[in-house]
Design a protein around this ligand. Structure first.
Ligand code: SER
Length: 302
């Protein structure tokens, strides 16, 4: 499948589940003093979560251009040095505004990944929030129980506040989250080290692809949490990583999202891209193609 087909299938799937498809917001935010750039799919929907505005529909899906180069979500230092972080990336998201909650979000994600995209179930792992005593937050037993209907318990892993409690920034809507990780290693490598040991360990082929956030709190400026007026779903799937998984590649840069840009850099520079992780020339080429995309879209978005 081409990246365009992968994106379209995501939108078509959620349309079939009664979601309204909306466009990406601009990367450069115009009316939010707490953030300079859209760093996630939820920024354009913040006022819906907070109850300040009525959503256009209770269920929405989209693909959002995101930029993570500063502030709470900053991937800049990893770009090019690894093969799966970007300054700009696309986040595929489905949203429920006071409509469905954990069960449906988990069921939809599993159906899309395993039945539509046909990712082998044995390559998937999920994480759930283990709770945090300092914030008086309990372990997410409900998410655990909903996952148990799909996946064996040894593949459901507890995660801490850093990985499994999603926050937009210093303040704003937030909540526990459940991530889906995919293991893209060879059978030989899997036999040597079980994937479960590599979740959240920065392995380039055992990566998070989708984050399901169960929005139920607002972090106030004084750091305290208050309940939102209703419970919502915010999910974000890394489009470039999904393309890597579905196109059978080991690096986002080997997908058709990036190969045309790399070919152009090769043509202009007279250097050959070899896809080697620690090779300075290859790191530089990854940085150039990543940044040119980010800069082009950021300029176009004002
Ligand atoms: N807000 C979450 C994230 O950015 C899910 O969309 O990961």
């Amino acid at each position: 499948m081409t990246s365009q087909e992968i994106r379209q299938q995501f939108l078509d799937f959620f349309k079939s589940k009664e979601h309204l498809i909306v466009p990406s917001a601009p990367i450069v935010l115009k009316d939010d003093p707490t953030l300079m750039f859209s760093n996630s799919g939820m920024t354009q929907f913040k006022d819906y979560f907070l109850g300040y505005k009525e959503p256009k529909a209770p269920r929405i899906a989209d693909t959002q251009k995101c930029l993570r180069v500063s502030g709470k979500h900053n991937d800049l230092d990893d770009v090019g040095r690894d093969t799966y972080h970007h300054t700009m990336f696309e986040m595929l998201g489905n949203w429920s505004f006071g409509d469905y909650f954990k069960k449906e979000a988990i069921d939809f994600a599993w159906e899309l990944l395993t039945e539509v995209y046909k990712i082998p179930k044995e390559n998937l792992y999920v994480t759930i929030f283990e709770g945090d005593a300092s914030e008086n937050l309990e372990r997410d037993q409900a998410a655990y129980d909903f996952w148990k209907a799909h996946i064996s318990e040894d593949r459901i892993i507890n995660g801490n506040k850093k990985d499994n409690f999603w926050e937009m920034g210093e303040s704003g809507p937030c909540g526990p989250c459940s991530e889906i990780h995919v293991d893209l290693r060879s059978e030989e490598e899997k036999a040597k080290t079980p994937g479960v040991q590599l979740i959240n360990q920065d392995h380039p082929q055992v990566v998070e692809i989708w984050n399901l956030v169960f929005m139920q709190y607002n972090r106030k400026a004084d750091g305290s949490l208050e309940n939102l007026p209703a419970k919502h779903i915010d999910t974000g799937m890394g489009f470039e990583r999904l393309c890597m998984a579905l196109q059978g590649k080991k690096s986002n840069y080997d997908t058709d999202v990036f190969t045309p840009l790399i070919a152009k850099v090769e043509e202009l520079s007279g250097k050959k891209y070899e896809g080697i992780l620690e090779n300075e020339k290859d790191i530089a080429i990854r940085v150039v193609v990543d940044h040119i995309r980010a800069v082009a879209f950021a300029i176009a978005d004002g």
